[in-house]
Design a binder for this molecule. Structure first.
Ligand code: BGC
Length: 734
């Protein structure tokens, strides 16, 4: 590769080298307001390194032909797209997939996504997003793996493996692009693109680990984020892009900016386009998405001594290396296959995988009197704006996804209900009645949320009549597709008012109400939790939504998902996360007390803690058994609990290991996830679940940012979620 790339670069002009650093968008883009102009001419002129937004064999072939037939050096283009949770066959949104706690499932979904995407000419995806998110107001919490650094790293690495496989140059693997480096999930007030300000200690201990884990998993590329880090935008931040990423973590792929994040540095107050472009290159950025700052200004900056030839060469080399690794020099059309596109996209197997993964992602939040699973008899009323709806099954970021091909809840339930059950339906309410809100949800003038012409009262009345004639009500409510995702921050995270009014009217009928919740984020469900019989959180399940939901509702699959982000009781508690510090005046866990760290008007407790999720069966945890309580140095501690399925159904349980370090040189979280195992237990069955603990799991970054462990006492916890745990203590000497 080195020799090939050096030879090629020896033939390139400075302008052609700079051209490789340019990434325009082709055609329709979902994410920005700036468009790329004159792309074909630029390709001919050697001013384009890659294209994003173009897919489909015919389209990609046509563009690639321009590059390899009409440009001077015939360098092939790399083709990227946001393939976030599936390409054509759509899987649950990432936050949903993370709730499976099954890395193998995320790897499988990413493998299928790569297979479908690569058949349509793509060889690069802007995924996974591994930003830690502690603020559910932020709409992009839906795109990541939640709030935990360890779980986030394990799941992100699994996705990288799924996309890239073992051989990047195979025609069905694609390069991953880990984003948004870094700390993008920590924008103040959950507001999109907002300022990030945090200590290096927090970065190293909580926010950086997932990026690091994906670098270790071999991601070929990374995306720099929009936000500032320590006052300098990530895209121009040398400490982030070079010191940490390349020098500390030994990353050897390339870094692309986010959409116009180079030129946005002008707004951040870093200088004019020439200055910010030079800043980005010097910081270690290799490719400029859409802003063309590098393309337009780098030659001038070189002539004026603001950047060096070596800096340009290095960035160009990294882009060419990526193309080499993808096998594009050998065959620029390797990823273009009409034949594969016809045979390997949306196959029954892919749809089946999506259905299974979706079922595993559902989180049962409440199940009073075992109302679920539903009996296949009597009258089941399906009510709500998502009950007979295909569009909102897919969730955010589905560029290649075709919502018309998704399975509605109505279709799924009808297919499984059998001859003895009657399914009735009423829409019950609009997604929201707020016209201003609807305008914002329907961005780019797409009719994503439409209004039923009837009055809210008339719709509710119809729903109440339907409910009264039923034995059980399944209320399918929540957030629509564009209520979460990019640029979809919310200051109020309730179920929208029109739907809440519907729920209140349904509860008033006295019929049992099962809430099937669509959402891209943790919502505030305090009223719902107190008033409905059951809550099954299905996120946005993807193409097979209705089938997977019916699998769970009727018990063909027993729900096993666990939350990866805390559900607060009220928006005023945010940010609320399980791995918080203790403070000097900790809350007593019961009531609000003067001069303690608590609220006058609300408990500190979340509604549902991190790691929480029920099953149709029940699991009992025996006491925690520790192999030793006194340890020295590199010894291994074994922590074991007996878990028993004490209910009537076979089921799966994710057993979680947490560790607390109550005395150290820096204040440490009350507990941190350090391991987990998802096990299957038949009704009545017991299993001993053991975790091996070594000093690695005790290690953290201290105030000198040195990674090590400190001798002393440690609390070991094993349990069903981050709150309900069995505890033990050990003393560990150096
Ligand atoms: C988003 C990225 C995305 C890019 C390209 C940006 O606005 O922040 O996540 O990959 O657009 O679509």
């Amino acid at each position: 590769m080195d020799a090939y790339v050096s030879d090629l670069m020896s033939k390139m002009t400075v302008e052609e080298k700079i051209g490789q650093l340019n990434l325009p968008v082709a055609g329709f883009s979902m994410t920005g307001t700036k468009e790329s102009k004159g792309v074909e001419e630029k390709i001919r002129a050697g001013q384009v390194g890659g294209i994003f937004g173009a897919y489909g064999p015919e389209k990609v072939r046509k563009i690639q032909e321009i590059a390899v037939n009409e440009s001077r050096l015939k360098i092939p283009l790399i083709f990227g797209l946001d393939v976030i949770h599936g390409h054509r066959t759509i899987f649950p949104i990432p936050l949903g997939m993370s709730a499976t706690w099954e890395p193998a499932l995320l790897e499988r979904a990413s493998r299928i996504a790569a297979t479908e995407a690569s058949a349509e000419g793509l060889n690069w995806t802007f995924s996974p997003m591994v930003d830690i998110a502690r603020d559910p107001r932020w709409g992009r919490i839906s795109e990541g793996n939640g709030e935990d650094p360890y779980l986030g790293g394990v799941l992100g690495a699994a996705m990288v493996k799924g996309y890239q496989g073992d051989n990047l140059s195979a025609n069905n693997t694609i390069m991953s692009c880990v984003k948004h480096y870094g700390m993008y999930g920590a924008g103040e007030a959950g507001r999109e693109y907002n300022t990030v300000d945090m200590s290096r200690l927090s970065m190293y201990n909580y926010y950086l680990p997932p990026y690091k884990a994906t670098v270790e998993a071999g991601t070929g590329s990374m995306m720099s984020s929009f936000n500032v880090v320590d006052g300098i935008p990530a895209t121009g931040n040398r400490w982030l892009l070079t010191n940490v990423l390349r020098n500390e973590w030994k990353f050897n792929g390339f870094v692309v900016s986010d959409y116009t994040s180079v030129s946005e540095m002008v707004n951040h107050g870093m200088g004019d386009l020439q200055e910010v472009s030079a800043l980005a290159l010097r910081a270690g950025l290799d490719m400029d998405m859409v802003s063309e700052g590098l393309l337009i200004t780098l030659k001038k900056s070189l002539d004026e001594g603001k950047v060096t030839q070596q800096e340009i060469d290095q960035a160009c080399r990294r882009i060419l290396e990526a193309k080499y690794k993808l096998g594009l020099f050998e065959d620029p059309f390797r990823y273009v296959s009409e034949d594969r596109a016809a045979k390997e996209i949306m196959t029954p197997e892919n749809r089946q995988a999506s259905r299974e993964i979706a079922a595993h992602s559902f989180v049962l939040l409440k199940n009073d009197k075992q109302i679920l699973p539903l009996q296949k008899k009597g009258t089941i009323a399906l009510i709500g704006p998502f009950a007979n709806n295909k569009r909102d099954m897919l969730g955010t970021w589905v560029i290649g996804g075709e919502w018309e091909k998704s399975v509605s809840v109505m279709e799924g339930v009808q297919a499984q209900a059998g001859a003895n059950a009657r399914i009735t339906y009423a829409k019950g309410s609009n997604i929201t009645e707020d016209k201003e809100f609807i305008n914002r949800l329907n961005f780019f003038n797409q009719p994503m949320v439409t209004l039923d012409g009837r009055t809210p009262e008339a719709m509710i009345q119809e729903a109440v009549n339907t409910a009264r004639n039923a034995d059980v009500v399944v209320a399918v409510v929540g957030e629509s597709q564009s209520m979460s995702g990019e640029s979809s921050s919310r200051s109020n995270i309730d179920i929208p008012e029109s739907q809440k009014n519907l729920l209140k009217a349904l509860v008033k009928t006295g019929k049992p109400v099962v809430l099937v919740l669509f959402t891209g984020r943790p919502l505030t469900l305090t009223w719902e939790d107190a008033n409905v019989s059951a809550i099954l959180n299905v996120w946005a399940p993807g193409t097979e939504a209705g089938n997977a939901i019916a699998d769970a509702l009727f018990g063909a699959y027993n729900p096993s998902g666990k939350l990866t982000a805390t559900f607060p009781r009220t928006v005023g508690q945010i940010p609320l996360y399980y791995n918080h510090l203790n403070t000097g005046r900790p809350w007593d866990g019961k009531e609000s007390t003067k001069f303690k760290s608590n609220y006058l008007d609300e408990s500190n407790d979340p509604l549902y803690p991190f790691g929480y999720g029920l099953s149709y069966t029940t699991f009992e945890y025996g006491d925690l058994q520790l192999s030793k309580t006194e340890l020295t140095g590199a010894e291994t501690l074994t922590a074991t609990v007996k878990v028993t399925n004490t209910g009537k159904y076979d089921g799966e349980e994710t057993v979680q290991l947490y560790i607390g370090d109550p005395a150290a040189s820096v204040s440490r979280p009350v507990k941190e996830l350090k391991g987990f195992q998802k096990i299957q237990l038949k009704a009545g069955e017991s299993k001993d679940v053991s975790f091996s603990i070594t000093p690695e799991q005790l290690s953290f970054y201290n105030s000198d940012l040195r990674y090590d462990w400190e001798a002393g006492e440690f609390n070991i916890y094993v349990g069903t979620n981050s709150r309900d745990v069995k505890a033990g203590k050990v003393n560990w000497k150096k």
